[in-house]
Ligand binder design. Structure first.
Ligand SMILES: [Zn+2]
Length: 156
């Protein structure tokens, strides 16, 4: 059985080597759909939607770990010169209120969908440790909508 839940977050990014307008820093209202697969447990659920939401919201909003939260972050490739420049500005207290996420690839919808799959699976494994033993609960699909008409789907 598969269950899916949707989430939304705002973030800035740029694809620095892109020939088109995406090379400029800009923002998106992202929609993230996460699908997990597993057997139906004695409660009649694959997993409580609340547990799935705890895992995803921990990654997006990170109430306890703000510097790695995706919501309202600026997401850049780790080799983008903006990363070092912004981090130095933050460290020197010249740039307040910035949340930077640097990724090992250009922050395309394609890469980010796969990245979220790994992050959500890690959180589910952590959060579900006492919920149901074993690794029965798997993230099998992540769809990331970058605009109302464009999305990328990671699937296993
Ligand atoms: Zn974009």
């Amino acid at each position: 059985m598969k269950i899916t839940k949707e989430y939304r977050f705002e973030a800035a990014h740029r694809l620095m080597d892109h020939p088109g307008a995406c090379r400029y820093l800009h923002g998106h209202s992202y929609k993230l759909e996460v699908t997990v697969k597993g057997p139906i447990n004695p409660d009649g659920m694959v997993v409580d939607f609340g547990v799935l939401s705890d895992a995803v919201k921990n990654i997006l909003n990170m109430s306890s770990d703000h510097h790695t939260a995706f919501d309202h972050a600026t997401i850049l490739k780790d080799t983008d010169p903006l990363v070092d420049w912004l981090l130095k500005g933050i460290q020197d207290k010249k740039i307040p209120n910035m949340r930077i996420i640097s990724l090992p690839s250009h922050p395309t919808a394609e890469f980010m969908a796969g990245h979220f799959a790994v992050l959500v699976q890690g959180k589910l494994d952590e959060f579900c440790e006492n919920y149901t033993p074993g690794d029965w609960l798997r993230v099998v699909r992540v769809r990331l909508w970058e605009t109302a008409k464009a999305h990328a789907t990671w699937e296993i």
